[in-house]
Design a binder for this molecule. Structure first.
Ligand SMILES: [Cu+2]
Length: 128
């Protein structure tokens, strides 16, 4: 095996092992980090859960994934845009685990993740 091949193999391996999936839970009309279903079910009545887990900025890499999990009592409609260019569109997502959507990030940039229904739900997403 030549050295370049070994290096290429190593880089491919390290890229795939570093890719991660971040859970974004929609509860109490906010994007919350990795909270349990039990926390999500009471988030609306317990503002401390929202305060402690609210995500307003995310820094990820190309190849990483975001799993949108609607644990709210209402539907959400999440997309990510940069200027007018769309990175992804989760579209209308009803509550429940069966509607979880995993999005792979395929493009670098600084995007705004937002919900079309709830303008206050926003995340600044930086993909490197
Ligand atoms: Cu929403």
């Amino acid at each position: 095996m030549n050295r370049l091949f070994v290096l290429a193999l190593f880089s491919a391996f390290s890229v795939s092992t570093h890719a991660k999936t971040v859970n974004m839970v929609q509860a109490a009309k906010a994007f919350l980090g990795d909270i349990t279903d039990e926390q999500a079910s009471v988030a609306y009545d317990d503002p401390t859960i929202e305060e402690e887990n609210k995500v307003s900025e995310l820094k990820l890499k190309v190849g990483d994934k975001i799993k949108f999990m609607n644990r709210d009592e209402v539907s959400h409609n999440v997309s990510a845009i940069e200027s007018k260019k769309k990175l992804f569109d989760v579209a209308l997502q009803e509550p429940g685990a069966k509607n979880d959507r995993e999005i792979e990030l395929k493009q670098k940039g600084t995007f705004e993740v937002q919900c079309a229904i709830h303008p206050k739900m926003k995340i600044k997403l930086v993909v490197e």
